[in-house]
Design a protein around this ligand. Structure first.
Ligand code: FAD
Ligand code: SF4
Length: 529
């Protein structure tokens, strides 16, 4: 059996990016992925199949604290959640790396500063072909390079929204988008700027996801392998419990044990915690790397609201996710605590409304769902949720996940909603109609909408209060790393994927150094160390 230099568990934003970064080093890298390749098929672009029938959602059943079961909106496939994501690739703000006082408490500082992660943000933006415009968003952190591609243009209705916001004295900006779009030469553009992006897989592989821009480029190197339909079920340790000795996987119903010098867990926040908790042994009775009892705790997923407003004019926008507004990110108009980020989501389509409650359309009883969809302008409001130790992932002996979660920052969340609602009349929309759009949260019970899950294995300097050290190595094990959103000590209020990618690159540089990769190998990986 092959012994690898590195085994990476999970191929999403964290794992797929790390694999690509390590690939040019010549080190033997194995990616282990629980799902398979997401099929390219006509259903990729069917709103009914994707949003109503949940075609690409895992069959998992998780539980609330009270034992009630729910179906989490989680995706097991090569590329992980990025196959379905909206590819809004934001950096956290500089302030997010320090302590930030919120309505419900303090969002803790990260053990690294923004400046330390900045070069990796720049590299991640290059690897993931991010389009954007610097200088428009007053909250944007300093960057060492321009975006690699120009901002995706607004379509006329969104340009008008931008103009109206500016007329009100706000600072709308072109949202950072990971799509491989060449607007100057559409004949040669991989992205065709379609309406089935946010929440759908891209049928032409033009979305900057971790399969297309992480896993596939990594596999071009002979030293890199991928095992699909292989779930990591347990990590074993040496007798002293000081390092991971084996990765036990369930590969198509057969158990195998794989070995490597370094093991990197990147299964997504809930599943990374699950794996460590399921790997309890005599030396680690509460779960691997869990001497601090922090594994699974501090689960966050944003206090998000998907809402739609109704434009007086029809909104024929095709690709809507081009605008953001951070004017309330650090404080509200009447309060000095953060409210959050406002951005667009994919344009509503009538089939997405199937299953919505009729009450939600009662303001316009004569309108068909098609008319509602034609007039809809769709927003995503994100308020930061704070890391509470009691918001946690636990597992039973069969590995079933339970999520205990109590929301924080409901007051700023409500204020953000009211703020947008109060502006609608000036933005060419029907006054006071800001309606919940469950198609994106997928479920009225928010915990199931775990798209932005983070924080179950936080990194920090103090082993008593964190799972991982500053390099995202487990405090208690010499060769175990975590490189996904679980490492986040706080989540900020912008989308998490670019931060997971940037941090995976940082962890990758550290591993290249530890493995003694040659300077030429490091240079071809784009390593910054
Ligand atoms: C519909 C949707 C829209 C989104 N839009 C955005 C957006 O616009 N911008 C943004 O920044 N973020 C967005 N996100 C969130 C973003 O996709 C995630 O934050 C990001 O993918 C998390 O990266 P990760 O590496 O932590 O986990 P994932 O990307 O989920 O990767 C985890 C991987 O681990 C695999 N896995 C799990 N358990 C095991 C196991 N035991 N063994 C082996 N493999 C395992 C999974 O199959 C998966 O491939 C969106 C998510 C969704 C679902
Ligand atoms: S907008 Fe572009 S990247 Fe998104 S799904 Fe359509 S073709 Fe793919």
């Amino acid at each position: 059996m092959t012994h690898y230099d590195v085994i990476i568990l999970g191929t999403g934003a964290g794992g797929g990016t790390l694999a690509r970064h390590l690939a040019p080093s010549g080190k033997r890298v194995l990616m282990v992925e629980r799902g398979g390749w997401l099929p390219r098929e006509p259903q990729n672009i069917s709103a009914d199949e994707v949003f109503v029938r949940n075609r690409y959602v895992s069959p998992d059943t998780w539980r609330y604290e009270n034992g009630q079961e729910f179906a989490p909106q989680i995706h097991y496939c090569v590329g992980g959640a990025t196959k379905l994501y909206g590819a809004a690739l934001y950096r956290l703000r500089t302030e997010d790396f320090g302590e930030l006082r919120h309505h419900d408490g303090v969002s803790p500082a990260w053990p690294i500063t923004y400046d330390e992660l900045e070069p990796y943000y720049t590299l991640a933006e290059q690897l993931y072909c991010v389009h954007g415009a610097r200088g428009e968003d007053p909250t944007e952190p300093p960057a060492s390079a321009p975006y690699p591609f120009p901002a995706v243009s607004h379509e006329p209705r969104i340009q008008k929204l931008s103009d109206d916001l500016e007329a009100l004295g706000h600072h709308p900006f072109h949202a950072p988008c990971g799509v491989m779009l060449n607007e100057r030469d559409m004949a040669y553009s991989a992205c065709m700027r379609c309406s089935n992006c946010d929440g759908f897989p891209c049928i032409v592989h033009a979305k900057s996801d971790a399969e297309v821009l992480g896993v596939r480029p990594a596999l071009e190197h002979d030293n890199v392998e991928l095992m699909v339909d292989a779930e990591a079920v347990r990590l074993t340790t040496d007798p002293a419990g000081a390092s991971v000795a084996g990765v036990v996987i369930n590969h198509g119903g057969t158990q195998e044990t794989l070995t490597a010098d370094f093991v990197v867990v990147a299964c997504g926040a809930a599943n990374s915690a699950r794996l460590l908790l399921m790997s309890a042994n005599d030396r680690h009775p509460n779960g691997l790397a869990n001497g601090s009892d922090q594994v699974g705790r501090n689960y966050m997923f944003h206090n998000s609201q998907a809402v739609l407003a109704l434009s007086l004019e029809e909104n024929p926008t095709v690709f809507q996710k081009t605008l953001g507004l951070n004017d309330f990110y650090l404080k509200g108009p009447d309060v000095d605590y953060p409210l959050g980020n406002i951005q667009m989501v994919g344009k509503s389509q009538a089939p997405m409304f199937r299953g919505e409650k009729p009450a939600e359309t009662r303001f316009a009883p004569t309108w068909s769902l098609e008319e509602v969809a034609r007039h809809a302008v769709d927003f995503w409001l994100s308020t930061e949720d704070l890391p509470r130790p009691d918001n946690r992932v636990t597992v039973d002996e069969k590995g079933t996940i339970t999520i205990a979660y109590q929301a924080t920052n409901n007051e700023p969340k409500d204020r953000l909603f009211e703020q947008l609602k109060s502006m609608l009349g000036d933005l060419g929309m029907h006054h006071h109609h800001l309606l919940p759009h469950h198609a994106y949260l997928k479920n009225e019970i928010p915990v199931a909408g775990c798209a932005h899950q983070a924080g179950t294995c936080r990194f920090g300097r103090d082993p008593a209060t964190s799972v991982l050290d500053v390099n995202c190595k487990a405090h208690e094990l010499d060769n175990l790393y975590v490189a996904d959103t679980s490492v986040f000590p706080s989540i900020g209020a912008v989308n998490p994927a670019l931060t997971a990618m940037a941090n995976a690159l940082r962890v990758g540089d550290h591993l290249l150094e530890r493995m003694g990769a040659s300077s030429s190998a490091r240079a071809s990986a784009g390593a910054l160390l």
